[in-house]
Design a protein around this ligand. Structure first.
Ligand code: FAD
Length: 307
């Protein structure tokens, strides 16, 4: 019950101001977002890769309101890529981007987002790594998939995300599996209506398994984005049945969530990528993490009360 309420609050400016200004918020936020700028994040990247983990980096931000902010988002990624260059990590550190942060929702947003994301994909390729386009709410996805297809003409390793809770996703998965894409499958983190998405947890899980089978049996590179132990075990089994070697798929989890499981999978020889977000505009990302697990909200509320 709490999840949808928190997701609604994630779009409220009033709640954004209230929560962002609370003095204890930063401590709780740190668990999920380990830094505000690139200087904070470079040591985190060294630490995680030193433990045998791979990363996908997200400069947090979304719902921007001007082309100047979209250009600033592009520049933040370019700065990050510049700082990654001497570390020579190749695909062990890739980028995840939200096209809304690159201007997708503004006037002429589709073209603007493509123009802003292209230099990031080019710069990533120059240091031997890739970019994955995150999936946002369902109204943005046709544009995201069109941008993904356009970028893949020059950079075939560009990845995208699909969400098991959406009815459309089984068809998207078949198309992407046939054309050899890198695809991250997640359950889905936005507040969606019952006209486009499964709302029942078990139905979402069942859809996740059907879609994962399609990806594992297809021509692409599946990225299993979940912390759910059952789905991780099923992912291993489906990969095995499809005859995939350990480097022909990977697991992905969020920074700060089930950390011991990251290390266990990496120690078993799996590619394990940690989605690591940083930056100052963390409100939307943070609220989605609270919505996924109400216990996080209780922990947050308790910290507020004990200060
Ligand atoms: P759940 O059933 O939600 O969780 C399984 C278990 O994991 C829980 O019981 C709990 O122990 C733990 N857990 C899960 N979430 C939390 C949390 N927030 N705090 C503490 N413990 C938790 N969604 C999108 O819509 N678009 C994207 O582009 C996108 N990218 C993602 C990238 C990665 C690498 C991952 C892992 C997730 C991404 N998501 C994205 C979020 C995703 O849609 C889910 O909301 C999220 O992963 C929770 O679902 P789950 O599969 O982990 O299963």
């Amino acid at each position: 019950m709490l999840g949808p309420v928190i997701l609604a609050a994630s779009r409220s400016d009033r709640m954004r101001r209230l929560i962002s200004a609370a003095p204890v918020t930063r401590q709780v936020v740190d668990r999920f977002i380990p830094g505000e700028d690139v200087d904070d994040i470079v040591p985190v990247i060294r630490d995680l890769t030193g433990q045998g983990l791979e990363l996908t980096m997200d400069v947090v931000g979304e719902d921007i309101t001007s082309p100047a902010q979209a250009a600033a988002a592009r520049d933040a990624y370019l700065e990050l890529i510049d700082r990654l260059k001497p570390l020579e990590l190749g695909t062990r550190a890739e980028m995840s981007v939200k096209l809304s942060m690159f201007g997708q929702a503004l006037d002429g947003g589709h073209e603007l987002a493509l123009a802003n994301v292209r230099p990031v994909v080019e710069a990533a390729a120059e240091i031997g790594t890739t970019v994955t386009l995150d999936a946002e709410d369902h109204t943005t996805l046709d544009s995201m998939f069109a941008i993904h297809e356009e970028l893949r003409k020059d950079f075939p390793q560009t990845g995208c995300v699909i969400q098991a809770y959406l009815f459309r996703t089984e068809a998207d998965a078949r198309r992407l599996a046939a054309n050899g894409s890198r695809v991250r499958l997640v359950k889905g983190a936005y507040k969606e209506p019952s006209s486009v998405a499964y709302l029942d947890k078990h139905e979402i899980d069942r859809a996740y398994v059907r879609i994962l089978r399609t990806l594992m049996e297809g021509e692409g590179y599946p990225m299993v984005g979940s912390h759910d132990p059952r789905l991780i075990a099923i992912g291993q089994e489906l990969a095995h049945r499809a005859g995939r070697k350990l480097d022909e798929y990977e697991f992905q989890m969020l920074y700060g969530i089930r950390t011991e499981e990251h290390l266990r999978l990496a120690a078993e020889g799996h590619r394990m990528r940690v989605y690591t977000a940083y930056g100052t505009d963390w409100y939307g990302y943070f609220m989605r993490r609270l919505a996924e697990k109400p216990a996080n909200l209780r922990f947050f509320a308790r910290s507020m009360l004990t200060k």
